[in-house]
Ligand binder design. Structure first.
Ligand code: PMP
Length: 356
């Protein structure tokens, strides 16, 4: 840290992304990426012709991509905001809709970035405890008079709230924004995008990183009322108007044309997830009933941290969180069937070793 850094940033607890060690080839089941490649249409669009135009700025309005997304969801382009990964929308939303006065609430076990943005933007936020079974208690979010941020399905638990429950939260906080982060919704969760037609305080945030196999391209979008999208644009045009690069824009457009491919990848991941749940049960693991492309699981034989370490020694990466509330668990991303079978074979070996 230099002596020049402004004091308020010196104590920031920054977000720690999932590790990407380069010392060997790992089976990477730690950052909820898709194991399937982008569609052929996307590969074709990132052509040398597109690359040759990199001397020109991209379209700051992302018009074509907005049009495609608007058609896909049957909204107007004025209801769509495009961002550099959905992290950027979260960042812009904390900037635009949360403050010391307005405050924010979100679950104490959820996507770690909410807290980081809360600290970064000096938000008076409150982390609401999950129930014992790791579900969200919606009573904690009714009439709170603060900005509400909920991942649905939640991460790393994988558990969903119903659309009815989300609607209750939205109705009971008419003076505040309710942000629903649907990063994982394409794997069987309950999307509340349709509620955006009825409520102008609801912002639904989506990403290309999970169900559209494009984590490396950095692309996210939000669907909300015209006014909320205008608010996000005020922040975008005050920070980085060209927030989406040309190649990512082209890839994002092509991916919508190939929507069927991505939906069939999601179906495949759901099948492998259900297979994996059964395998985990057979190995004596307990897990939460995930609606996502990951499973949050714990073994009665080996602690979370030790299991994570032993898997890593054997070339498999999963995510372990040190927070005492969830330190018994690991979060396992659903990979291909072959990757999951490797995980289960190695797990069997590890469990035998520790039982000796
Ligand atoms: N929300 C949730 C719940 C996530 O788990 C993630 C991925 N780490 C994100 C948002 C951000 O995803 P991205 O910036 O890649 O779109």
């Amino acid at each position: 840290m230099s002596k020049y850094l402004i004091n308020r940033y010196k104590t920031l607890e920054v977000y720690v992304p999932g590790e990407q060690p380069k010392d060997m080839e790992y089976v990477k089941l730690n950052t909820n990426e898709s194991p399937f490649p982008p569609s052929k249409g996307v590969l074709d669009r990132i052509s040398s012709e597109e690359v040759s135009r990199l001397n020109l700025y991209p379209d700051p309005e992302c018009k074509k991509l907005k049009q495609k997304l608007a058609e896909l969801y049957n909204f107007n382009t004025e209801n769509i905001f495009i961002s550099n990964g959905s992290d950027e929308i979260l960042s812009f939303s904390f900037m635009a809709f949360c403050s010391e006065e307005v405050g924010a609430v979100f679950p104490n076990i959820s996507y770690g970035f909410y807290k980081v943005y809360g600290d970064l933007y000096d938000v008076d936020y409150k982390e609401m405890p999950l129930k014992k079974d790791f579900t969200i208690d919606i009573n904690d979010y009714l009439n709170v008079g603060k900005t509400v941020v909920i991942a649905n399905p939640n991460a790393p638990t994988g558990l969903s709230l119903s659309v009815d429950d989300i609607e209750k939260i939205v109705i009971s906080n008419p003076e505040n924004v309710v942000l629903i982060d649907e990063a994982y919704v394409d794997f069987g969760g309950n999307s509340c995008v349709e509620l955006v037609r009825k409520y102008d305080n609801l912002l639904v945030v989506r990403t290309y990183s999970k169900s559209r196999s494009m984590a490396g391209a950095r692309l996210g979008y939000a669907i909300g009322s015209k006014q909320l999208i205008e608010d996000l644009n005020r922040i975008k045009y005050s920070t980085n108007p060209y927030n989406i690069n040309r190649l990512t824009l082209a890839a994002g457009e092509a991916a919508i044309d190939d929507n069927d491919y991505y939906m069939s990848c999601c179906n495949e991941i759901v099948k492998i997830r259900e297979y994996s749940k059964k395998k985990l049960s057979d190995l004596g693991f307990e897990y939460l009933d995930s609606d996502t492309n990951f499973i949050f699981a714990k073994s009665s034989i080996i602690r979370g941290e030790e299991y994570y370490q032993k898997l890593k020694q054997n070339g498999v990466l999963v995510r372990h969180f040190s927070s005492p509330l969830i330190s018994d668990y690991v979060r396992i991303t659903i990979g291909t069937k072959e990757q999951m079978d490797m995980l289960f074979d190695i797990t069997e070996k590890i469990l035998q070793e520790v039982s000796l």
